[in-house]
Design a protein around this ligand. Structure first.
Ligand SMILES: CC(C)(COP(=O)(O)OP(=O)(O)OC[C@H]1O[C@@H](n2cnc3c(N)ncnc32)[C@H](O)[C@@H]1OP(=O)(O)O)[C@@H](O)C(=O)NCCC(=O)NCCS
Length: 182
């Protein structure tokens, strides 16, 4: 059973454990073609597949997903989480999707990532948080660099999306580096 049920607060945002109430909007975002090269996916998600993904979340401890809410209005603006959380190796892969473009570039990604770093390193006792990001996704790369992530290398033509192979950066932040941040 996935026991990561909680709520976390920052100045601008609230993160709540992903719930059934988030399914409809999150499927809409997953099926927004504009987002596909950014979130590194290409296939359409049916309602049934999306519900199966959610059922799996409830029982798979390696996946931890939160809904991002803008704090003052409580509007649900996106999702974030860790995939491939490994207790053994003390590492996990971070991901984020702010689904509503009007909320981009306003600091919500930064607040979310800072909160997730705190949760990952302090609550989950991770040693390493990893990210794969398209080399063309400048806002995301900027965000990760700003939060101290190190570029480990390029995975060449790692994804095939919209008839195009996409190179991705493998980026990571270690606990020791996180502890040295302001
Ligand atoms: C990528 C994403 C998470 C960034 O979150 P955000 O709330 O838009 O970004 P923030 O406002 O917190 O800004 C973070 C940094 O990115 C920069 N940034 C934001 N929008 C930008 C843009 N369009 N172009 C270049 N840089 C941009 C900001 O300037 C800031 O850097 P700075 O502090 O040096 O100025 C968000 O835009 C998003 O979810 N996009 C769609 C899905 C996606 O790309 N997910 C990531 C997959 S790896």
């Amino acid at each position: 059973m996935n026991t990561h049920k909680l709520e976390m607060n920052a100045e601008q945002i609230v993160l709540r454990s992903f719930s059934e109430a988030n399914l409809e909007k999150s499927r809409k975002w997953a099926n927004t073609k504009l987002l596909h090269p950014l979130i590194l996916r290409s296939s359409f998600v049916s309602n049934e597949e999306h519900r199966m993904w959610y059922q799996n979340l409830l029982v798979d401890p390696s996946k931890i997903v939160f809904a991002i809410h803008e704090k003052s209005s409580d509007i649900y603006i996106g999702n974030t989480g860790f995939y491939n959380y490994s207790c053994e190796h003390k590492r996990a892969e971070f991901w984020i999707l702010i689904g509503e473009p009007e909320f981009w570039g306003k600091g919500f990604g930064f607040s979310t990532l800072r909160l997730m770093l705190q949760y990952g390193f302090q609550e989950l006792s991770l040693n390493k948080i990893c990210i794969l990001v398209s080399v063309k996704n400048s806002p995301a790369i900027r965000l990760y660099q700003r939060c101290g992530f190190f570029t480990e290398g390029i995975l060449r033509k790692h994804y095939y999306i919209k008839n195009e192979y996409i190179d991705v950066y493998s980026m990571s932040l270690l606990r020791v580096e996180y502890n040295e941040l302001d």
